[in-house]
Design a protein around this ligand. Structure first.
Ligand code: GA4
Length: 343
């Protein structure tokens, strides 16, 4: 039997190509977080697109740029150095292979835990970064702290828009049922930095007007994802009518993606948005995404006060642990919620 080395296998890993859509989407809902009606606008955007961007956020631009620069420095290291931070099972450095079930893309990435309660694999990776890339590690820590706060703020505003939070006599809001999951110190959140190098010129793809797929179509399993990228386009989302549109990059805003768990919590009022990334022919793309998830033992079930009289849950009852376990058995493009829908 001939055993192929990892390097040979990686070289022949077939990555799909796509005709990139010329359909630039100019209708991305833009929510100003300091607008008194932000909650209502967010609810509309979650229901219509499962995708929007937020402006007037409190994350310093300096921090975004610092992390972008440090990330590039990490990815520009020799392959052998980067491999020391791998494999991504589930936290670590990965190249081309995405998840455990055969998905591939023109991408390299780092996945880290963003929960205070981290396990041994995560601790090892964080210590490795601390020793080898202390400035990168510091930028990640500072950035994750900020985007976590932003994720909670956005979800609290959504809760306000849905009428789920009450203001007490002192003018404080009580804790909403979804923001509570993200605030929880056991919240199972993670953070990912993706690097999409330019598609190589010699590939026949360059001539055909097609692009290599960077990250194949999928929905995010968590509650909410907070995405930031450099100025290179490539992100596409699928609209309700099934058409794919390309999202112009915007370094001063954050893009927010509704995940499967939020779809279930709202009994389908909000839809998790299918999205994908195509690699560019000339520029490299870096994106940084915080995935806000619930604690593992938490039941993901529609929020009772959102249900109309007589309305039934569209989903079987399950915990985030069960959903996550099932997600890691799936392929990227699978409709993961299907297994949990009531028939
Ligand atoms: C998609 C969202 C996040 O990037 C992620 C991904 C995870 C991975 O890359 O390891 C998964 C994917 C994501 C969903 C299905 C499974 C798991 C790859 C894959 C094929 C970190 C996540 O939580 O789910």
């Amino acid at each position: 039997m001939v055993v192929l080395s990892q390097a040979v296998l990686d070289h022949f890993t077939p990555i799909k190509t796509y005709k990139s859509t010329t359909n630039v989407f100019t209708g991305v809902p833009t929510i100003n977080l300091s607008n008194p009606d932000a909650g209502a606008h967010l609810v509309r955007a979650c229901g219509e697109f499962g995708f929007f961007k937020v402006v007037n956020h409190a994350v310093p631009l300096e921090l975004i740029n610092r992390l972008l620069a440090q990330s590039l420095k990490f990815f520009h290291q020799p392959q052998s150095e980067k491999n020391q931070a791998g494999p991504p099972d589930p936290f670590g450095y990965g190249s081309k292979r995405i998840g455990p079930n055969g998905d591939v893309g023109w991408v390299e990435y780092l996945i880290l835990s963003a929960s205070p309660d981290t396990n041994a694999i995560s601790q090892r990776l964080l210590s490795f970064l601390q020793e080898n890339q202390p400035l990168f590690r510091a930028a990640v820590d500072d950035y994750v702290r900020e985007v976590k706060t932003l994720a909670v703020e956005v979800v609290e505003l959504i809760e306000k828009g849905l009428g789920l939070t009450m203001t007490d006599q002192e003018g404080r809001n009580n804790e909403g049922p979804t923001s509570r999951l993200l605030r929880n110190e056991k919240s199972d959140s993670c953070f990912r930095v993706n690097h999409y190098p330019p598609c190589p010129d010699h590939w026949e793809v360059a001539a055909s007007g097609r692009n290599l797929i960077g990250f194949g179509e999928h929905t995010d399993p968590q509650i909410i994802s907070v995405l930031q990228s450099n100025n290179t386009s490539g992100l596409e989302i699928c609209l309700k009518n099934g058409s794919w549109v390309t999202i112009p990059p915007d370094q001063s805003s954050f893009f927010i993606i509704v995940g499967d768990s939020l779809q279930v919590l709202t009994n389908g009022r909000f839809k998790s948005v299918k999205h994908r990334v195509l690699a560019d022919h000339t520029k490299s793309r870096v994106s940084m995404i915080f995935f806000g998830g619930p604690p593992l033992d938490e039941s993901i079930t529609p929020i009772p006060s959102l249900m109309e009289e007589g309305e039934e849950s569209h989903y079987k009852e399950f915990t985030w642990f069960e959903y996550k376990k099932s997600a890691y058995k799936s392929r990227l493009a699978d409709y993961r919620l299907g297994l949990f829908e009531k028939t």
